[in-house]
Design a protein around this ligand. Sequence first.
Ligand SMILES: [Zn+2]
Length: 353
Amino acid sequence: MPLIPTEPIGSIPRPAYLQQAMHAYTQAEISSDDLARLFSQATRETIISLEGTGSPVISDGEQSKPSFATYPIHGALNLDGGGVVIPFEDGHTRQLPVLTSGPFRYRNFAVDYLREARKHTALPVKQAVISASAMSLLYPAAGIDGYPQSQFIADLLDQAEADIRKCLNDHAYNVQIDFTEARLALKLDPSRGLLQQFISLNNQVLDRFTAEERSRIGIHTCPGGDHDSTHSADVPYPDLLPLFFQLNAGNFYLEYAGEKDKVSVLQSIRENIRPGQRVFLGVTDVLNPRIESPQEIRDLLVQAAEYIPLNQLGSTDDCGFSPFADDVSTAREIAFEKIRARVEGTKLASAVL
Ligand SMILES: [Zn+2]
């Protein structure tokens, strides 16, 4: 393994032909077989391009995930509109569905994406899954007759555990839990109660794994990137990190390049990271089309190494480049160029450290 490991977060913008096909499918203009064939083609093309960046670990680019958050329930019948609304700074919103009846079961597990990706590459593949805390938002505040919240949570913990375990068992290089609502939770509830509740729920999932398995499980947090806007960038990291590092995971993937006050972030990581945990700092800003130079990425990591022991440091992108399937705000080529810069810059940092 290189001195400083480097990994992607996950998503890459879908090619235009796939966007069009996904729309055509919703209009019943093409069959599910046609769509599946195009998903496979886009995954193969994305993996070839990711291999071309020199990235030692790759993902499937989430080409066939409807979104990072909703893939487990995509196509489920016991859902309705009108769930939790997530407001972004530019005024646009994303709304989750709401569960209408039990039992709660994942219809799709992330291992299916992993299997498809592994058909196309011999490189290590990481797989992202959604957090149990995000899925917990599906249960309606008013409750469901005959399906109490306690039973929902018990089912949710089983499903979230299975989602991770299937990937570990099917040769994922590692698994990343997308916990983008962590920072948002502090914005919605500054008393930290909601964040504590989310962390406790996710730890109940993590505690079902052995220490060795947890060394292959990581958590991603960011201020939520969608259509080049965020939902919680105004919440200071030092408010989040003391609780965040209480998650019993091995790896932490933090949005970082987009942060203004980087020294306070590094100080907070130094104070809160625990032995055996590794932090992967985002070194490419996914909300800005400017392509970072390898030299500036090297310098970011060299500075970070003044605060974080080298054996606990890694690099990543700030977020996925297109967490929602219909987000085309970052061009595909720009995403690959940024990843190439991350890989180069991380090598340069490894060479001087
Ligand atoms: Zn993110």
